[in-house]
Every structure is written in C-alpha cells, then in structure tokens.
Design a protein around this ligand. Structure first.
Ligand SMILES: [Zn+2]
Length: 313
C-alpha cells in the first residue's frame, strides 16, 4: 500500500464541489487511488496567491470541500489521532490527514496553530514560497521570526507534523536547530541531483533523518532534473537511491505532489507519473535498482506510518 505525503487534491475537489458535483472524489479520483493502492495521504489546504479570491476565502472553501468529502462520500476517513489511524488500518479504510501548506491566508499569530488543530489540521508548513510573519520560503530571504520559533514549539507540542519542504535554507536550519521531535520534508528531492532550491542538500536530508523524520519524493519534473530529457522516471528513481544511500531507507517516503491546481493543457507534469495508477511502474523500477520488498514497503508507507504513530496524539 502507498502513503502520499503531499496531495493538492482539495484544490480540485473544491472546484468540483462549487460546480455542484455531489461526489467528486468518487467520480474523478477513487479509481486511481484503488489502482495505485493508495491507502492514505496528506491533503493540504493551500491558497494560490495568483488567484483573485482572498487567501482566507480560498482556505475556507477548501475546508468546506473536505467537509463535503467527509459528509457526502464516506470514502475517506479523516485522521485526527493515533486511534483513528489504527482503526483505519485495521478496517482497511482509505484515510487522509489534513495539512496546511504554509500559513499565508491565516492570522499571523501563534493562536492560528491552535485554530488549525481545532479544524482537524495535523500537518503544518510555516510558509509557502515566500516570507510571512513566521518564516521565509525558498524564493525569499531570512530565517524564522520570533513568532515562527514559537510556532515550531507549538506545532510539535500539539502533536502535529512539522513540514520544512517549502522553507529556504536559513529557515530550515532554524527549524532543525529547534526541533524536539521528528521533522517532515513532505515533497522535496535531492539538491545534489537537481539544483533547485525546493530540493534538500545532503546535509539537510541527513539532519531530517537524524530526527527520525521522512522526506517525501516529489514527481514534479523541475525537481527531478535540470534538463528536460532527464525529467523522467529513471531520474526520479536516482533521487530515491541517493536518499536511501545517504540517510537510510527509513528516511524515504513519497510526496508525489501531483498537479491538481494547474488546469492548463500544457501544465508541467511527468508523463510517466502524474496519477496514482502509474505508481506500479515506479515500484518495478525500484525493484530493478535493488530495493528488497521490505525496503519498498518502508518507502511506500511504512516510514510515514512510523512518523504518524510517533507524532500524533
Ligand atoms: Zn508544495
């Protein structure tokens, strides 16, 4: 079975719900979840700064879409704590955790963490690509603010996953210095193999692993290779091999980051891996690279489950 550490599916579900569709997850996505044997995922709330609609409105609509999914479809169990997780596992139910991909669009204060928890959010990244009152993202300068440092503490004390994937190097260093428990990088690859600021340096990968954390491998082409010819499944496998060699197979998971937000016909996707039904091809390739079944199980979901069992209350 597969756990996806980063899914933007709420963006798409929100659009369908607003068009009046009654069961958009079932009608558009369930089959791919089944074919890809995806048991669970982190569904993030994310407000697109390029949209006209205020960020707070976008977040509110996505929360409504999640609510709709819970109420109308009954095909995914929302995980709020360890008990929910064990129940879902025992019953073979598909499940999701709600995440916040950056704290833009929320009040920039410590109490926001508590509010998110009350909304069912169990995963937080402090910012998206830019700087906010908490931290600086990969396209901006500076590290954690004093508020950001307090937020790190609050998130970890609140039994929520703390995600560094969108942070710049200075903010990442601050988080790793302050971390009191496992840290997640939910959707980032190796900067050694593809020099993109969204990817992690070898030292950052090792530091995340040292906390007992996980790095989710990302299928977004620009994070796989710098040239278009190399943006393929083989090079994605290279990232997995490199990460496992460097930090141990225990540190590697998936955070596919499939495109649900860019509806343009020429949206940037990896042809060989842009939906869950294509996952078996990646697993076949990893077998050829020498990963044993038990190691693949860890990468596919075991490492994320370990993390969730350790972090959730
Ligand atoms: Zn992201």
């Amino acid at each position: 079975m597969i756990f996806d550490g980063h899914s933007d599916i709420l963006t798409a579900l929100t659009r369908f719900v607003q068009k009046g569709e009654k069961q958009p997850f079932t009608d558009h996505y369930l089959q791919a979840f089944v074919q890809g044997q995806v048991e669970g995922a982190i569904f993030v709330l994310w407000a697109d700064p390029a949209q006209k609609l205020p960020l707070t409105e976008q977040i509110a609509q996505q929360l409504q879409a999640l609510h709709h999914l819970q109420k109308e479809e009954h095909v995914l169990q929302l995980i709020l704590g360890q008990k929910d997780l064990e129940l879902a596992m025992a019953q073979g139910n598909r499940y999701c955790l709600l995440g916040a991909e950056g704290l833009d669009g929320y009040p920039q204060e410590e109490a926001t963490i508590d509010w998110l928890y009350q909304q069912g959010v169990r995963h937080v990244g402090l910012t998206w690509n830019y700087a906010n009152q908490f931290a600086a993202g990969v396209l901006d300068y500076g590290g954690l603010t004093a508020l950001g440092k307090r937020a790190v503490k609050r998130i970890q004390q609140s039994a929520m996953l703390l995600d560094i994937s969108h942070l710049n190097d200075a903010s990442t260093a601050d988080v790793l210095r302050l971390a009191q428990g496992p840290i997640l990088a939910s959707h980032s690859n190796c900067r050694r193999l593809c020099r993109h600021p969204r990817n992690l340096t070898d030292d950052q990968i090792k530091a995340v692993a040292a906390t007992g954390g996980v790095v989710g491998i990302n299928s977004y082409p620009l994070f796989i290779a710098e040239t278009k010819q190399q943006q393929n499944l083989h090079h994605l496998a290279d990232h997995i091999v490199h990460m496992a060699d460097l930090a141990g197979v225990e540190a590697v998971g998936f955070g596919f980051d499939f495109n649900y937000w860019d509806t343009a016909a020429d949206a940037v996707i990896l042809p060989d891996l842009h939906q869950y039904s294509q996952i078996p091809r990646l697993l076949e390739l990893l077998k050829q690279r020498g990963f044993h079944d038990s190691e693949l199980q860890q990468i596919c979901h075991g490492n994320f489950l370990r993390l969730l069992r350790e972090v959730l209350a």
